[in-house]
Design a protein. Sequence first.
Length: 313
Amino acid sequence: MFEGWPPPVFDPAGPYAYAVSTLGWILIAMAVTVTLVVVATLWLALFGRRSTQLKIGGKKAIWLGGIIFPLVVLTALLIYGLTLTRHLSDPIQGDELRVRITGEMWWWRVAYLDDGGQALWHDANELHIPVGEPVVLELESADVIHSFWVPRLSGKLDMIPGRRNLMRIQADVPGTYGGQCAEYCGGPHALMGFAVIAHEPAQFAALMEARAAREVAAVPPDESDGALLFDVAGCAACHRIAGTTANGLAGPDLTHMGSRRTLGAGILPNNRGTLMGWIGDSQALKPNNRMPPYANLTADQLQALAIYLEAQR
């Protein structure tokens, strides 16, 4: 996989994850306590004195232990949990970085938005954020229910067709944080990973500026074997590369393919060898994904395509 994978669930790296982690530990402590109480009560019911057994089986014990106590405790826990996590889905304030993430079978479409909600630039399967600043994610689904979850940065939230849900994430230290689809969505659901890369603010600002400029830049004609083959093989029908005639929307945007850390939504490191293997027969690596195999391409052609895509940054 990549640095940050598998994602540790109880190692928060931001304020929103701290809230979720705290609530998780409270639930675990409560579950352990309840288990111990039930085991102790069962032991007394089986081996305790007769007088104790009668008290445990009496109406008063049932009312107190079976109805009143759970009602009070669970109500208090609900109120505390909602209070603790209320900031995770606060409305957009207007000055935060906004990113729209769309769950697809079985990858993630990513668009960085301006103040009006229009895409500044596009990416796939990874998210870049500034350290120490909250980021608002607009979560959508293009097909079935998915669930976005980066354990060290926030909670998990479903992505439901026809609905847009908001989630906040924040990283307090630079690094790469692993994520995963947390709702079974069929096929290779378990191979639907995600990477969040947190940069220092100055580095992130430079990245945003460079990629926004790349989105609208005029790209000189590329006569390399890989560029020509990309068009001839039909790759442009499904994939987009900014500034070129490739405008397909069925598959991931490849404008910044060469700088990505992974392939196939987090399942492979991104290097020339894995890229050639993915293009040649992605079904052998991630069965049932929606990219067809290209068994008709020679090793030289696969290498030419890989070199072309490595140059897309």
